[in-house]
Design a protein around this ligand. Structure first.
Ligand SMILES: [Ca+2]
Length: 383
């Protein structure tokens, strides 16, 4: 009888704890080329998490959830209530709250940058927007949130918003912007669809941007011909901006982004339409005046967040690049000779989850988000 009661109360406590996100302690091990992987869930119960940003001084990290919540995960794995002061997002299809990045001067200004899908277009369409707010001292709210960039006109009915936020070494903010599934816009310089833009942290335009002063051209544009860039990171060894983007059916790409260049979409692509037909505008997998991808996958893994590994903790991973894959449900590890990919390994397939983002933590572990209704944050290292 006693035993039965104990069992019942145990079951009850399990039921209660299972309804709130909790610290999960069970580490899984998986084989990999560089040794045994240790994969530890830090938080579960996240709703379609999209991005994370580490706070300084091991204060934890900010995590976005696509339906519109920004939460704090403390260093010991506690998940906060949604922060106040986050803008209303257009959470449909691929839209919602997307990337999060801290100001390079975060210790002084406490500015948090968000990218997200914003509604309000004609016919209930949406576009990507970027804004910033000051993280309150008690870390429960963003104060005085202001929009600093928006795609206008808004053309998306639910697809291809991008977007990633990357500060370079000089403090310029780069934003990758999807073409809203409206292919020709990626070549239209009077629109911000299908572009990488470069702005000051307050949204104003640097005078040395490549198209400043030209008629009917958006001066924020840094490069064009992008499709749906859902990954980007600054190369820590030389300061260049790397971006990855989804091809259509086939043709996911890594690009090294240079000032004023045309990255080809939809004139040049290794992919075809989902219908099996060629992309109507495509001239082939190359086109004159466009930059070929640095690396291309003929079969699309569904690329998302990207991280360069430059920590000391795991020597075997140094100078590698990691990219989350949504469709193939893996973490891609790439080895390089210079800028050229010479080897690829697929990790975390055992999880069977869409990998949305990967970042290197201050402790040298990788932190990975899974894009699921019950998504998780995992810490990944080598044994
Ligand atoms: Ca391209």
């Amino acid at each position: 009888m006693l035993r039965k009661n104990l069992l019942a109360s145990l079951c009850a406590s399990v039921l209660i704890t299972a309804t709130v996100p909790v610290l999960a302690a069970s580490t899984q091990t998986m084989k990999s080329e560089e040794g045994t992987l240790e994969v530890t869930p830090i938080v579960t119960g996240l709703e379609h998490p999209w991005a994370l940003a580490f706070l300084p001084d091991r204060k934890g990290m900010l995590v976005t959830e696509r339906p519109g919540n920004l939460r704090l995960v403390t260093a010991d794995g506690k998940l906060s209530a949604p922060l106040n002061g986050v803008p209303t997002v257009w959470a449909k299809g691929q839209g919602g709250l997307l990337d999060v990045a801290l100001s390079p001067d975060f210790r002084q200004d406490r500015m948090v940058y968000l990218s997200y899908a914003e509604g309000g277009g004609e016919g209930n369409k949406a576009g990507t927007a970027v804004g910033r707010g000051r993280l309150s001292d008690d870390m429960t709210a963003l104060k005085d949130f202001q929009v600093i960039l928006r795609q206008e006109p808004k053309l998306s009915v639910g697809n291809h918003f991008g977007s990633r936020l990357v500060f370079d070494r000089d403090g310029y903010l780069f934003v990758t912007l999807g073409e809203n599934n409206d292919r020709p816009t990626a070549q239209d310089l009077d629109k911000l669809q299908g572009k990488v833009v470069r702005i000051y942290p307050d949204g104003t335009v640097p005078k040395d941007n490549p198209f400043v002063g030209q008629a009917n051209v958006r001066p924020q544009i840094w490069s064009y011909g992008q499709r749906n860039p859902q990954g980007a990171a600054l190369n820590p060894w030389n300061g260049t901006l790397w971006e990855n983007e989804h091809g259509p059916q086939g043709g996911d790409e890594i690009n090294i982004i240079e000032r004023g260049k045309n990255y080809g979409w939809p004139l040049a692509t290794h992919g075809i339409n989902y219908s099996g037909q060629p992309i109507p505008e495509a001239k082939g997998d190359t086109a004159e005046g466009t930059v070929a991808p640095n690396h291309v996958w003929e079969k699309s893994p569904g690329l998302s967040g990207m991280a360069f590994y430059d920590a000391d903790r795991f020597k075997a991973w140094q100078r590698n690049v990691f990219i989350g894959a949504l469709v193939s449900q893996e973490l891609i590890r790439l080895e390089f000779e210079g800028d050229k990919v010479i080897h690829e390994e697929r990790l975390l397939g055992e999880l069977k989850k869409r990998i949305r983002d990967v970042r290197q933590g201050p402790d040298g572990y990788l932190y990975v988000l899974t894009d699921e209704e019950n998504g998780g944050l995992y810490k990944v290292g080598l044994k």
